[in-house]
Write a protein that binds this ligand. Structure first.
Ligand code: NAG
Ligand code: NAG
Ligand code: NAG
Length: 511
């Protein structure tokens, strides 16, 4: 009995262990199969195929067709493999992409083509109080609008040398005019009232005028009006929801006078600036990638119906300008000593004042070449006076940045000379004397073609300075969008306060 009990116990124990082992095996294999199922599911998703597998399959296709030795692939060297794959990708993507993707890519192509021709930039403009813009021109608002009524009168910008930096004025007028009942067809920018639909958000502050007219402090003032206005501007703009949404990255502000916006630039620098040069900006506040260079408005009259020739312009080289004591002044002084004894060179110091404008016009209209020497900043109005006079500019300014240079080759109508070369004995005169009639005439003709790119006018006309500047801004928009989108990557996981979107980031961690 006892034995049988023991035997039964043993046998039942064996049954239990066998059962549990079998159970364990089932569980383990189920888990194994399930895990494979999940692995396959995740790797087999269409997204994975699109992004990871497709290039490989294309690679295989390329390798396959190459090893099969078809005529077209025979001459592809192994060293050009990467290029071959790139070419194949382009060809294969079209048929394999869905019709929706095809439409999108066609739409993108359309946009890309249009940027070269005519894409109307959509601009949202803050309704800043008049003290920031037309109020600086002594204009007083009538009724509730902060903007002048174009049907009655357009406030004039003060003449004289102030006009050099009047870019803010022409751009603002152009935006306001885009809302008139019959706006001209050839527009480069239009005002939109919904910021979400805008390509860029414009801050219509007349910063150069504010600097030119109000930077002197009255004895009873603690700060100049120009400084007070900039403080107000920063407070106003950084409190707007449009600014907070982007940290200012999609904003645009004109600061054409090198000393304009001197205080506010340190707060508003995430925006794109429209500048004359970068001479007085640290590179993290303003640079070629972010900002737009605009021409000065020339003060010398355009040479209309210019029938001059190489021989009818007796002066070889013309320069009229101020002496500066800093670095630029040294170069001007040296050049003066080098050139003073050349009889067909005109070189005098003194800025072009009101009565001097006629004399300078006369001088530039009768000279073959006009010198542009860096002053206390790399750019100067003289370049644009020379272009308006069709006097071939000779540019001696190693750090100059030029307007629209991404679409315009200045070497076709300007001569560039490094400062260290210009200071060599005879170099400048020798170089210009060696440019013959044909070459000079080619450049002179080109100057007549490009002249309109530097004309500011209202209403703006196709291809004039106003529209060229808007188009230059439009070419910045894709990069601005990219920066903006990248800045939002982690906006979900980091609390809003930490994203930096609601406060002004510091230049060092912004880029
Ligand atoms: C502004 O535009 C956005 C995007 O097109 C739209 O969703 C929104 O409703 C518009 N707002 C107004 C006030 O029209
Ligand atoms: C320039 O020439 C055109 C046509 O030849 C003429 O109508 C115009 O008045 C001229 N302008 C000037 C400023 O001489
Ligand atoms: C002047 O230019 C010519 C031709 O470019 C050159 O041969 C000559 O050496 C130059 N002379 C001086 C003094 O630079």
């Amino acid at each position: 009995m006892g034995i049988t009990m023991a035997e039964r116990n043993v046998s039942s124990l064996a049954v239990i262990t066998r059962k549990s082992l079998f159970f364990l095996f089932i569980v383990a294999s189920t888990l194994f199969i399930l895990s494979w199922f999940f692995v396959l599911r995740s790797t087999g998703s269409p997204r994975f195929i699109d992004h990871k597998l497709l290039p490989n399959s294309k690679l295989n296709a390329v390798i396959g067709s190459r090893s099969s030795g078809s005529e077209s692939q025979k001459d592809v060297e192994p060293s050009t493999g990467n290029r071959a794959i790139l070419v194949d990708n382009e060809e294969e993507e079209k048929p394999s992409s869905s019709s929706q993707e095809k439409e999108a890519s066609q739409a993108n192509n359309g946009v890309r083509c249009n940027t070269n021709e005519k894409v109307v930039l959509k601009v949202f403009m803050y309704d800043l109080p008049p003290e920031f813009h037309f109020g600086l021109l002594n204009w007083k608002p009538q009724g509730r609008s902060v903007w002048p009524d174009f049907h009655t009168k357009i406030p004039a910008y003060p003449g004289g040398l102030n006009l050099q930096h009047s870019i803010e004025y022409w751009l603002t007028l152009d935006l306001l005019a885009s809302e008139l009942p019959n706006p001209p067809n050839a527009r480069a920018a239009m005002r939109v009232r919904n910021a979400s639909e805008a390509d860029i958000i414009f801050i219509p502050f007349f910063s150069s005028l504010s600097y030119n007219r109000f930077s002197k402090r009255n004895p009873h003032q603690k700060k100049s009006s120009n400084k007070v206005l900039q403080d107000k501007l920063v407070k106003y703009v950084t409190a707007q929801k449009e600014w907070k949404r982007s940290g200012g990255r999609d904003h645009l502000i004109v600061a054409h006078h090198p000393n304009s916006l001197l205080d506010a630039r340190m707060s508003l620098w995430p925006a794109t600036f429209i500048l004359s040069d970068f001479g007085r900006y640290p590179p993290n506040v303003a640079n070629v990638e972010k900002d737009v260079i605009a021409p000065y408005k020339h003060v010398i009259k355009s040479y209309v119906n210019d029938s001059s020739t190489f021989d009818s312009r007796p002066t070889l080289l013309y320069f009229q300008g101020a002496i500066y004591r800093k670095d630029g002044g040294f170069v001007r002084q040296e050049l003066f000593y080098l050139l003073q004894d050349e009889k067909d060179v005109h070189f005098t110091f003194g800025s072009v004042q009101k009565d001097g404008i006629n004399k300078a016009s006369q001088g530039m209209h009768t000279s073959k070449f006009c010198l542009n020497i860096a002053g206390d900043t790399p750019s100067s109005n003289r370049l644009f006076d020379a272009i308006a006079s069709h006097c071939v500019p000779v540019i001696i300014s190693d750090d100059i940045e030029l307007p629209y240079e991404d679409v315009l080759d200045y070497s076709e109508f300007c001569i560039f000379i490094r400062t260290r070369d210009a200071l060599k004995q005879n170099f400048l005169v020798n170089l210009t004397r060696n440019i013959g009639r044909d070459e000079w005439t080619r450049m002179w003709k080109k100057l007549q073609e490009v002249q309109k790119f530097y004309e500011f006018q209202f209403p703006s006309r196709e291809g004039d300075a106003v529209q060229m500047i808007w188009q230059a801004v439009a070419r910045r928009v894709p990069a601005i969008r990219m920066k903006l989108h990248k800045s939002r990557r982690f906006s979900r996981t980091v609390s809003r306060k930490e994203t930096g979107l609601s406060r002004i980031p510091s230049p060092s961690n912004f880029w």
